[in-house]
Write a protein that binds this ligand. Structure first.
Ligand SMILES: Nc1ncnc2c1ncn2[C@@H]1O[C@H](COP(=O)(O)OP(=O)(O)O)[C@@H](O)[C@H]1O
Ligand SMILES: [Mg+2]
Length: 559
């Protein structure tokens, strides 16, 4: 079990074996083949491995089993102290007394939190103990609800191969606690387990403590004796604490692009061995492997790929892309799915940021053009007041006209007797024309007075008058409206359907007229929606269209 096949030496095609030990694989995502390398090692080692999904949609392995997240809650003072150390970046030797007091007679962190809150109240303001309790309180407030929210398994039942825990819905702090609990449990109870630390820069960061980092050195020190190994899979080494990694015997270094990473790569294996150019162009599955004290350039043989195929790639007779295409089709699809997912996540974030940034920008811009704008607004307001006055006068005239009509009506209502008689006749003629109604159902005879029932229908009269919006393209709003109207003409809408356009489309149309509102556009569109001149459609990206029933008159000035 000790020596396992890693791959084949580039050039000679000779097999390269490695001794199982803590291992670091570094290289650019998707272009180096790190996860495939770890999977190959695990599958040929025959050991069980535990990996963690920390972001939605990502596992990277082609064969694995899901297992439930494992965590055993502890509230002893040593554990609480380590949480505090992880949260504060410092060793906190002298505060032990307070931690011991806070965790005394507790079984759960919830109780520790309650103790901490009580002790904090009693502490002298601004004293060291108050500070310690404050830090601890904040940290526990973050962790305790999650411990209570997720149902953790308190046993770690592993299957053959790679076991994956999905921690993607937990906070970084909680994930860190879970990974650390798994490491600790493995060291204490299990032989022959590989633990894959994801996102090393988050869990083994430089200059900061985390529960994982806090325990990693112990794991590395004690692990090798019981065949428990740490595998680190990372894109680059920036921001990662090198102390725990120094204890790793196997380094497998793949393609890099960024110059600091290239330097770190070369520092690792000796500057004379490899050029910057070569590091930049290392092909998929090709690595410099520093195993114990030998360095070899290799092609890693993925799990389940025949050895003779691997030899051919190492000897340059086949490419790794060929292997990827012909032997690893399934994983490619999964990767695509994962990248699609990631792309969507990123895009969502990006859109949010753009939205946020453009709001800020819009505000800034407004300030920048403040004076000009204020002037324009005053002029606009003056114009509007005039307009309102005009409308007012019209309104009054209309009312007067209506009054006159009403007088006329009242006049007409003074019917002469003759007219009433004529009306009676018409009524009688009408009644003859009407169909005779069905016989009334037999009702039980009711004694006493007949009931006179009178019912008067109240007609509903609804009046609605469309208020036309008048705009001209001298204003930003007018420009946007004009662009949308033009788009509507260019893309005639299917019957009954309202077309909408996203900001880019509207912006592009405006450009055709030589108008560019830049980032202010989003702001203007927002205010148009508020005024009911535009309607936003909940599409992605958001589309904007004209309201179906508003009459919009665009006045073309000039031309
Ligand atoms: N040695 C290899 N030979 C052929 N294809 C490989 C090899 N290593 C990785 N691949 C393919 O390249 C893609 C990226 O591999 P992966 O191991 O997920 O990269 P990373 O973990 O570095 O992002 C996957 O589609 C995988 O199947
Ligand atoms: Mg990977």
């Amino acid at each position: 079990m000790e020596k396992i096949l890693l791959g084949f030496e580039v050039g000679s095609g000779k097999p390269v074996h490695m001794r199982l030990h803590h291992t670091v694989v570094v290289g650019m995502t998707q272009l180096s083949g790190k996860t495939t390398t770890l999977e190959a090692i695990i599958s040929r080692s025959g050991l069980k491995a535990i990996a963690f999904i920390t972001k939605r949609g990502e596992s990277g392995f082609s064969k694995f089993h899901f297992i439930p997240p494992f965590y055993i809650e502890r509230s002893d003072w040593a554990y609480v102290l380590s949480l505090l150390e992880a949260a504060t970046r410092e060793k906190m030797k002298f505060e032990r007394a307070w931690i011991i007091r806070a965790s005394k007679n507790t079984k759960r962190l919830r109780e520790v939190l309650e103790n901490v809150q009580a002790l904090k109240k009693k502490a002298r303001p601004d004293s060291l103990s108050e500070n310690v309790y404050t830090v601890l309180e904040e940290y526990l407030k973050m962790i305790v609800p999650q411990i209570e929210q997720f149902s953790f398994s308190s046993s770690l039942d592993l299957q053959e191969g790679i076991n994956v825990m999905d921690l993607s819905t937990m906070s970084l702090e909680m994930r860190s606690l879970v990974i650390r609990a798994v490491m600790e449990h493995a060291i204490q109870n299990m032989d022959g387990v590989i633990i894959i630390v994801p996102e090393a820069w988050e869990y083994l960061p430089q200059g900061r403590n985390t529960p994982v980092k806090w325990y990693a050195e112990t794991f590395i020190r004690k692990g090798a004796a019981v065949h428990d190994f740490l595998f680190v899979d990372t894109q680059d080494l920036a921001g990662i604490d090198k102390a725990p990694l120094r204890q790793c015997d196997n380094w497998i270094l793949g393609r890099q692009k960024e110059s600091h990473e290239i330097d770190r790569f070369r520092d690792h294996i000796g500057k004379h061995l490899v050029s910057d150019e070569e590091i930049k162009s290392l092909a998929l599955g090709h690595f410099y492997a520093y195993l114990g004290d030998v360095i070899k350039k290799i092609y890693v043989l993925p799990a389940d790929v025949p050895e003779n195929v691997g030899v051919k790639v190492a000897m340059g007779e086949l490419t790794s892309e060929y292997v990827k295409e012909h032997f690893m089709v399934k994983k490619m699809d999964e990767d695509e799915e994962m990248y699609k997912q990631r792309f969507e996540d990123l895009k969502e974030k990006f859109d949010e940021e753009v939205e946020r940034a453009s709001n800020i920008k819009a505000e800034e811009k407004l300030e920048e053009f403040g004076k000009e704008r204020v002037q324009a607004v005053i002029e606009e307001a003056a114009k509007q007041i005039l307009e309102i006055k005009k409308q007012h006068a019209e309104q009054i005239k209309k009312l007067k006209d209506e009054l006159a009509k009403a007088d006329e009506l009242i006049e007409k209502l003074h019917h002469t007797d003759e007219e009433i008689k004529a009306m009676e006749e018409i009524k009688a003629a009408f009644t003859k024309l009407l169909p005779t109604s069905a016989p009334a159902p037999m009702l039980p005879a009711v004694e006493g007075k007949p009931i006179d029932l009178e019912h008067i229908e109240q007609p509903i009269s609804l009046s609605h008058s469309e208020q036309p919006v008048k705009m001209d393209t001298g204003t930003d709003e007018g420009k946007i409206l004009y662009a949308i109207l033009n788009l509507d003409m260019t893309y005639p809408k299917p019957e009954g359907e309202a077309l909408g356009y996203d900001l880019n489309t509207i912006g592009a149309e405006m450009q055709e007229h030589g108008w560019n509102l830049g980032k202010v556009m989003r702001f203007v569109v927002g205010s148009m929606i508020k005024k009911g001149i535009l309607v936003s459609q909940k599409t992605r990206p958001i589309k904007y269209r004209l309201p179906k029933y508003r009459i919009i008159e665009v006045e073309k000035i000039g031309k």
